[in-house]
Design a binder for this molecule. Structure first.
Ligand SMILES: O=C(O)C(=O)C[C@]1(C(=O)O)C=C[C@@H](O)C=C1
Length: 302
């Protein structure tokens, strides 16, 4: 059976996401960079990590490891609705709570709830929502902001359930592997990459994005990350509809490669919500093939 490392310990949202990828032996790993290191080292077949949340945005540990360390590619994604349970030791009441622990993304999603309901509590960052539950069980902190399933793994009780400042919050997770042939196209796929623009000059980002627009490719996410060692320089993370096996996507990737300082392909994989953005007229696979056939004939003088 394949082995999937996930951002653990047991009882994280990421574990729930990993379970959606089918039968596998799940291996909890304490941080996102360590999950990805286990995949790179070949200790597991794949790794499941969060990549973005609809309230708090990018999971920067994931983005930066994907950009800077040896390449990995996404082969699947999962979307999970996010609502939290507040877990405490038996007998602990609202007024006893002086510290409330969780992953920074989770704390950010319940900031108003904590201010209203636990006004004397100081937020404390932990590596994950489930590790917060471990620390509460150990007596180190008073309350954990956890995934609802965490109460099944740790001997704690629910002070509150269904907690979220923003309704309909969603986190997106990626299943990452060492580079290999992408999964077969499904018709509703997403392609992800990082691009470093060649020159800092007017219109250079617009020029990069127009390579997608010109080919009728729907951009679904753009995020900039600093280049860390070089102040004022950025790499752009792009998500767009389509699969690298489609001629218009391959054509766009070739154009980006030609025009950019660096492109890192991060995978073509089925979209979790299966939504389809229709290719505009004259940009289907057969339109591209017919056009290339015509050019080949012109080159041959036929
Ligand atoms: O700590 C967890 O349970 C995670 O899976 C991480 C994570 C995240 O990184 O955003 C996942 C979903 C929630 O938005 C809060 C935390």
């Amino acid at each position: 059976m394949s082995r999937i490392a996930y951002f653990g310990p047991q009882g994280t949202f990421t574990e729930q996401a990993a379970r959606t990828f089918g039968e596998a032996t799940l291996v909890p790993v304490e941080t996102v960079p360590l999950v990805l290191a286990a995949v790179r080292a070949g200790e597991v077949d794949a790794g499941c990590v969060p990549v973005e949340n609809s309230v708090e945005g990018a999971v920067t540990a994931t983005m930066d490891s994907l950009a800077e360390d040896s390449p990995l590619v996404a082969v699947a994604e999962a979307l999970l609705p996010v609502r939290f349970s507040i877990l405490v030791r038996e007998g602990v009441k609202h007024e006893d709570i002086k510290t409330v622990a969780s992953h920074p993304h989770a704390l950010a999603q319940v900031r108003d709830w904590v201010a209203t309901n636990l006004p004397n509590a100081v937020p404390v960052a932990t590596t994950s929502t489930a590790s917060a539950a471990v620390h509460v069980h150990d007596g180190e902190f008073d309350a954990a902001v956890s995934a609802p399933v965490a109460v099944l793994h740790y001997p704690l009780v629910e002070l509150a359930t269904d907690v979220a400042d923003v309704d309909n919050a969603v986190t997106r997770f990626l299943l990452l592997r060492r580079p290999g042939k992408p999964p077969e196209p499904t018709g509703t796929d997403r392609t992800s990459l990082f691009v470093v623009i060649a020159h800092d000059e007017p219109g250079s980002l617009a020029g990069t994005l127009s390579e997608l627009a010109l080919r009728g490719i729907n951009l679904s996410r753009i995020e900039s990350r600093p280049m860390r060692g070089r102040f004022g320089e950025y790499r752009f993370y792009l998500d767009f509809d389509g699969h690298v096996s489609e001629p218009r996507i391959a054509d766009a990737l070739a154009a980006l490669h030609r025009n950019s300082r660096e492109v890192r392909f991060l995978g073509s994989y089925p979209k979790a919500d299966r939504t389809l953005s229709a290719a505009p007229p004259r940009s289907t696979a057969s339109d591209y093939t017919a056009a290339l056939d015509w050019v080949a004939k012109v080159q041959e003088g036929l």
